[in-house]
Design a protein around this ligand. Structure first.
Ligand SMILES: *Cc1c(COP(=O)(O)O)cnc(C)c1O
Length: 443
């Protein structure tokens, strides 16, 4: 993108100037539609989610054996939803606003196996690939007890194949740990911002870690090139994979069931707002898709990005999607928020989901750290910085009268609302690392 084009872009979209200035911005998209109107653009439906859900069910007996920490949930990788009432009080006081309704946290940060939201999509895609290979070789059928995959015989079989992925850290953790456990030879191409402890953890699982001095985009490109050289190598494409997206989407029906069990209503009189940290878009996009399919037009999804990496907001707001990167505007894409340091959004997710996402905002690293400290102090829940990006969402919804009026949220309805902050990572951060995060939070 030339300087000239940037000038024109800023003229057409004044918000882009704020993005360039690294300001915190909020944008509620005026062009959203109903689920019915928006769904055809996704190109996926309830049957695809059902298929993903059944596949995860088939693998559950295997996961119980391979990862005993999944035994309490019978091999289903799912996280808790908890109230964060004290945190709500802190937010109301410091932002001088009233958050009507209930504030809750979805603890994907504490998902088993890899401790982040990537335990949904990443693991699902590896399992899908493994199932396909084993079925094609005549070693597995849908009716089998999949715990038989936990054997030397199957590990020897998968050893002939390799898997590669580019990652800022957490996707690599999920895919690396899962692939290595099945027996695959797996390479994770890590961007410069990936944490040392994540690389070490992967190496301890026998994963080949390839390090780059550049960002996520370069790591993905190199991973893709490496994989192309080897016909037995499967490259997991975080930017465009529908399989990853569907792995995330199963969260919708799971949350619906959790809410039913907890007596939490979601309907026309009881709106649900969900705040999702966004990197390339597959995780939050897939979860949002699943939520829409589960709760229809009564769920309202809002994406949160670092001020230094607002790729999805930029792509959707300008309509340029993956044809523009934040670096084209001189934004550096440097943030402490692991998983969110992405300069160019997924073209697939933005185009598929833009009609079904109510809004987007950006948040500074300082504010993520600040809320990290607060949540640790008042709720005793420790997350990594990126997982705090969603913490500001309920404040924005509560303050934005234009958005409230446009969607006809009366005071009564808002009083019945549930605000759900999707905590995307942090459960496996080593103690010393967490102490450093807390020190930075200033609490
Ligand atoms: C990957 C990640 C996200 C965002 O997921 P994308 O698919 O990249 O949009 C959010 N939070 C954490 C902690 C992550 O690792």
């Amino acid at each position: 993108m030339t300087t000239h084009n940037v000038t024109a872009l800023v003229e057409e979209f004044p918000l882009v100037k704020q993005l360039i200035g690294l300001e915190e911005v909020v944008w509620f998209n005026p062009n959203i539609t109903s689920l019915e109107e928006g769904l055809p653009y996704v190109g996926l439906g309830a049957d695809n989610i059902q298929d993903a859900s059944e596949r995860l069910q088939r693998f559950a007996p295997y996961l119980v054996k391979a990862f005993p920490e999944t035994a309490p949930s019978q091999g289903i990788i799912e996280s808790q939803v908890v109230d964060i009432e004290k945190m709500k009080g802190l937010l109301e006081a410091q932002y001088n606003t009233k958050i009507a309704g209930r504030l809750m946290l979805k603890k994907d940060s504490h998902l088993p196996i890899s401790g982040s939201i990537k335990a949904r999509g990443g693991i699902y895609e590896v399992l899908t690939h493994a199932e396909k290979l084993a079925m094609e070789a005549g070693l597995l059928s849908k009716e089998d007890d999949y715990s038989k995959l936990f054997s030397e015989e199957f590990r020897d079989f998968f050893k002939q194949y390799s898997i590669a992925v580019g990652s800022t850290g957490n996707l690599g953790m999920s895919i690396g740990i899962m692939s290595a456990k099945l027996g695959f030879s797996v390479s994770v191409h890590m961007s410069a911002d990936a944490r040392e402890w994540k690389k070490n953890k992967l190496r301890s699982h026998g994963v080949n870690v390839v390090e780059y001095e550049q960002d996520y985009g370069v790591a993905v490109e190199q991973g893709r090139k490496e994989a192309e050289k080897d016909p037995n190598c499967f490259f997991i494409d975080d930017e465009n994979s529908q399989t990853l997206f569907l792995g995330y989407s199963v969260a919708g029906e799971r949350l619906k069931q959790q809410f039913t069990e907890q007596g939490i209503k979601v309907d026309a009189e009881h709106p649900l707002f969900v705040y999702l940290p966004c990197g390339v878009g597959g995780g939050p996009g897939g979860v949002a898709f699943g939520l829409k399919m589960a709760f229809g037009d009564h769920v309202h999804c809002i994406f949160a990005e670092p001020t230094h990496s607002p790729c999805m907001l930029l792509g959707v707001h300008t309509g340029l999607h993956d044809e523009i990167a934040v670096q084209d505007l001189g934004i550096d894409n440097i943030t402490a928020a692991d998983g969110l340091a992405v300069g160019r959004a997924s073209g697939f997710v933005g185009r598929a989901m833009e009609r079904l996402l109510d809004g987007y905002y950006t948040i500074t690293d300082e504010r993520m750290y600040h809320h990290l400290g607060e949540l640790s102090e008042v709720e005793d829940i420790r997350l990594e910085p990126s997982a705090l990006a969603g913490m500001l969402g309920a404040v924005h919804v509560s303050n934005n009268t234009e958005y409230q009026a446009r969607l006809a949220f009366t005071e009564e309805k808002l009083a019945n609302a549930t605000h759900l902050v999707w905590a995307t990572g942090g459960g496996m951060v080593p103690e010393a690392e967490m102490a450093a995060y807390l020190a930075k939070s200033g609490r």
